[in-house]
Each structure stands twice: as structure tokens, then as C-alpha cells.
Unconditional design. Structure first.
Length: 107
């Protein structure tokens, strides 16, 4: 009497599918249970996707390891760091101008 095992391979869902499922809950006003039932998913899965989307925003569901997805995510992170650095430099320049002798500040 042998033991039969189900295939241990998990079903993978695309980033777009996950985002659409979450949007049905957040923007469509449907309950997690309803969305899960309509899509043939477990409630916990939809709930987990919703939490991930709330926590990570646009960075949620980066893909299944496709090189383009990884590169795009890396470039977006780098772009955000560069934007923040630029803002710091702008503020430093403004502060330096205000402290400079002969500054037009306050006139």
C-alpha cells in the first residue's frame, strides 16, 4: 500500500494577477472572501497579497525572478536614492546661500 504524494510544485501567479486581485478588494469594494472565491483562491492568499501591497506599494510583487523585473526593480530603487540625494543637495545649497556674506536673504 504505497503513499501517493501530490505534486509539491506550487502554483505561481503573475504580478499583474496579484495586483488585480488586490485592486478588487481595495478599489472594487469586494470582500477578501468574495475575491478569493471568485478567483478560486484561498482567503489567506488574497489577504497576504493585500498586506504586501499595502506595505510595499509599487515594489510589491516584483516578479518571478525574470531578469527584466529584477533590473527594473533595481533601477527604481537606485532612482529613488538619487532623487533623495538631489533633494538633500538642493537644501544644502539653499542653506549655504543664506549664510553667505552679502546674501540677498532678508532684503
Amino acid at each position: 500500500m504505497g503513499v501517493q504524494h501530490k505534486s509539491s510544485r506550487r502554483k505561481q501567479y503573475s504580478s499583474e494577477f496579484k495586483r488585480e486581485a488586490v485592486a478588487m478588494v481595495t478599489k472594487g469594494g469586494l470582500s477578501i472572501a468574495r475575491v478569493a472565491r471568485d478567483l478560486g483562491l484561498n482567503d489567506n492568499m488574497v489577504s497576504r497579497w493585500k498586506k504586501e501591497a499595502e506595505h510595499n506599494g509599487q515594489r510589491a510583487f516584483p516578479g518571478q525572478g525574470h531578469p527584466q523585473d529584477e533590473e527594473l526593480s533595481r533601477l527604481r530603487r537606485e532612482n529613488e536614492v538619487l532623487r533623495q540625494e538631489r533633494e538633500v543637495l538642493k537644501k544644502a545649497i539653499r542653506a549655504a546661500r543664506l549664510r553667505a556674506p552679502g546674501s540677498q536673504a532678508g532684503r
